[in-house]
Structure formats: C-alpha cells, structure tokens
Design a protein around this ligand. Structure first.
Ligand code: ACO
Length: 439
C-alpha cells in the first residue's frame, strides 16, 4: 500500500491517493480555516474494502467544527476565533457561554437577555433534592453529578425533543444554569450542610461560590477577586475542541440520546484519572512531594522507563508547546493566594520548582512535556476553599457549555450520522462450540 497527496489545480483541488494491491484510489483533501488539511476517507471502505487503524485517534478528525481551534505546536487556543487570554482577561464566563453557543460575542442587550435566562433557570426542581439523600455522604461528588445530571432527563421532558430547535436551546440553557446548583448541592451534602439556593442578584461565579460557602445563619459576602478568579477558571475550561469528554458527548448524542443523558456521559468520561481526574491527582502529587528537596527523586522516577510513575500535571495529547491556559491559571493562582493570605504556600513553592526543573531537563524537553492546565488549577481551587474531590466537578461546570455547544453543532450538521467506529479484529477465527463435558 502507498499513500500520496497532490495538489495540481490550486488549493481547492487537492487530493490524496492510496494504492492498494496496485489499484490507485483518490480521496478529496479538505481545507479548514486553520490547522492541518484532512483527507476525507469516508468512502475508503466502500471503494477499497479497507478500514483505517488509528487507536487513540492520533490522526483522525472525527467531525467538522466551527467552535474551538487549538494549535498544539504553537500553544494557541481560540474560542470562535478569539484568543483565550483575551477572553479570560476581558470577558466574563456568561459572555463566553453566549459566544460558544451562538457563535458571536453578544451585544449589551443580547448579553443581558441571555444572563437573565441563565439566572432564571438556576434553580432545580425541588423534588430533585431528594436524589441527594439517596447517596452516601462519602460518595465522590462526580458520582453524584453523574446521577443527578442524568436524572434531569426525568424532570425536564419539555426539553428532550432534540428535533425541536427551541427545546434544544432551553435544554442547553437549563444545563448551563443548573450545573453550578447541582455541583454546590453535591458539595453541601458531602459536608452535611443545608443546601443554599441560588441568588439572582449575584453573577454566575459569585453565585456558585455563595451556594458552596454560605450558611443560612450568617451573611456571606463573596470576595470580588475570588469571584473573578472562579469566573476565569470557568472561562479557560469552557471548551477544548474534540477532547475525550466532548467526543463522548458527540458520540452519545449521535444516537439521538437526549442532551441531559449526553452531558452525563461526558461527566463520566471527564472523571478519568488521566483526564479531568488529574486535577485531584496533580494536587495530591504535589502534596506527596511536600518539599522542594524531594523533587529530584520524583523527577528520577518519572524518567525511569521501568517505573509507571508519571508527573501528573505534565504532558498533553495536543499541546507540544506551553498550554496558553497555564499562564492564566498561574496568574489566577497568585491572585487567589494573595487574597486568602497563602502566597507562601509550600505546595506552590514545590510546583514552581518542579516546573522550573522539568522545563530545563533534557528528557522532558525532548518529550515536549510541559505543565498542563491541571498543574496550577489544584493550588488555586484549594485556596478558593474547595476540597480535592470537587476539582473535577468544577471542570464539569465549566465544560458543560462546550459540551452543549458541540452537541448542538452536531445535531444541526446536515451530514451528521451515528458515530460507529470499526476495528481491526485479532481474535479467534470462527470455531465450533464444544459441549462442556467434551472440553
Ligand atoms: N510524566 C512522565 N512521562 C510522561 C508524562 C508525564 N506526565 N506524560 C507523558 N510521558 C512520557 C511517556 O512515558 C511517553 O514516553 P515514551 O515515549 O518513552 O513511551 C511519552 O512521554 C509520550 O506519552 P504518551 O502517554 O504517549 O502521550 P499522550 O499524548 O498519549 O498522553 C497524557 C498525554 C495522557 C496527558 C500524558 O502526558 C499523561 O499521562 N500525563 C499525566 C496525567 C495528566 O496530567 N493528565 C491531564 C492531562 S490535561 C487534561 O486532561 C485537562
């Protein structure tokens, strides 16, 4: 088999060919606005009776999308064309939600109307509060999120018809609005405190902090620096193109499953320790290292081919240069630590030194292992007052808008079809059943 790419009649006429057993087959090469061209092999099986083989999807574009662009080599992340640092510095999370979902930044009027809709949907059906008491108090909050978000489909029947654009929009706004409430309730339940209802006069992130940290018997004023930090953390996590959880949401959605069930599937995927669960693991690793003098032994282990130990918070499937979100997280981390008075937190010192050593170590440089977004997130979230088990939950709140925007894009894509990969089968060939006595 041989593969070639040619472009004879200008940029729009590029095509690639594959020669299999002497027969040449041509395939169109599609160009995006940014990023690598893709070879459209949709007709490969029909034309050649061959599949492609790409475990982990290292070279496979699963869909066309207009939402988020990443250049992992240059460290670029754009939401609908806008650089992440500009949105994080100048925008708000609710504005980012509007942008991701509708495709444009809102005017003042559009923003206010959207913000009000989100505020109005923040409460949960009161009956849903009973779900929480069915969980053990020591349940991981991600387990609670999974269950409660999936259960939304049992409560909001008027927004589960995915063929109706209005219902799609209402379900989407409901999820963006209710996710902080669901998450805060999971947290309150885990510590045995009463649930705190959403407050309409607070903005999205301040309201979330209020629901998590207020108690009924005294006033709780949200520090604006902390609310802004939370908002920025939500912005940088809002979308990340076809990451594992988004791909899970798209795959689940491709069957026509309702949006609440699809988002619940995304939450399940996000929980994995190699992915969203790494937030928790990164902080635990920094705590385990504990002091700067213990860093070299951990670096040594991470480099040892015979040791499965990995530096959690380092490396990324897509970023082979610094992740643009990391500096934003580092800055946010400093701001939060200044407000709570923990600037000399020993864990921060370990993180800074570990980063410095790894960035100057040939092994890490050669393998292009840079700190990922998890690295500083845990320190910032801990300083905000959250226990480690809540970290992935906060990621889920932020990513909900990305999931929902990608899900909507998929449903509205005229060429959308059920996601059904194939395989390279290496199991037994057909054989005959032998009765148990004869085996
Ligand atoms: N520490 C030490 N070595 C590492 C690390 C690490 N954190 N990450 C990758 N490597 C090494 C691997 O051992 C491998 O070495 P080899 O070439 O000798 O086999 C090489 O770098 C490539 O690693 P892969 O696992 O093939 O890279 P992949 O792109 O599949 O993995 C991943 C990316 C899963 C994020 C990986 O870097 C990792 O496990 N990191 C630690 C967990 C983590 O921080 N996850 C969060 C990711 S960010 C997010 O999900 C929001």
């Amino acid at each position: 088999m041989s593969v070639a790419e040619s472009s004879t009649d200008g940029p729009d006429a590029a095509e690639a060919s594959v020669t299999i057993n002497g027969a040449r087959h041509e395939f169109p090469v599609l160009k995006g606005t940014l990023g690598p061209d893709v070879i459209d092999i949709g007709a490969l099986y029909q034309n050649t009776s061959h599949f492609t083989y790409d475990p982990g999807f290292r070279s496979t574009a699963s869909c066309e999308s207009k939402i988020t662009f990443i250049d992992g080599d240059k460290g670029v992340l754009l939401y609908r064309g806008y650089p992440i640092d500009q949105l994080a510095e100048q925008g708000t999370f609710v504005e980012t939600c509007y942008l991701l979902f509708y495709g444009q930044l809102p005017t003042g009027e559009q923003y206010e109307a959207f913000r009000r809709r989100v505020v109005n949907h923040a409460m949960l059906n009161e009956q849903m509060t009973r779900f929480y008491t069915g969980f053990r108090r020591d349940a991981h909050p991600m387990a609670v999120m999974l269950g409660v978000v999936g259960a939304l489909s049992a409560f909001y029947h008027d927004s589960t018809d995915i063929s109706d654009p209005l219902q799609r929009e209402i379900a989407s706004i409901r999820m963006i609005a209710k996710m902080p409430t669901i998450a805060a309730m999971a947290y309150k339940y885990s510590i045995g405190q009463p649930f705190i209802y959403p407050r309409n006069e607070l903005d999205y992130s301040a309201n979330f902090l209020h629901m998590c940290f207020a108690v009924p018997r005294e006033e709780y004023e949200v520090d604006p620096v902390l609310a802004r930090a939370m908002d920025r953390i939500f912005i940088v996590h809002a979308d990340h193109e076809q990451n594992p959880s988004t791909s899970t949401v798209r795959l689940a959605g491709s069957t026509g499953a309702n949006p609440f069930a699809c988002i619940s599937a995304g939450i399940a995927c996000l929980w994995g320790p190699a992915y969203g669960g790494a937030y928790e693991a990164a902080l635990m690793m920094l705590q385990e290292i504990g002091t700067v003098d213990r860093i070299p032994e951990h670096i040594k282990r991470a480099k040892d081919q015979n040791d499965s130990f990995r530096l959690v918070g380092f490396g990324h499937r897509v970023y082979k240069s610094p992740d643009p979100r990391v500096r934003i997280m580092q800055k946010t981390c400093y701001e939060v630590l200044d407000v709570v008075g923990h600037r000399n937190d020993p864990i921060l010192q370990v993180a800074l030194e570990l980063e410095r050593i790894a960035l100057n170590d040939d092994h890490f440089v050669e393998k292009q292992l840079y700190p990922n977004i998890d690295f500083y997130s845990g320190i910032a979230l801990k300083a905000l007052g959250f226990p480690a088990e809540m970290f992935t939950v906060l990621f889920a709140i932020a990513r909900t808008v990305g999931w929902i925007a990608q899900w909507k894009e998929m449903i509205e894509d005229p060429i959308q079809r059920i996601g059904r990969p194939r395989q390279l089968y290496t199991g037994a060939s057909e054989r005959s059943y032998i009765s148990i006595e004869a085996r």
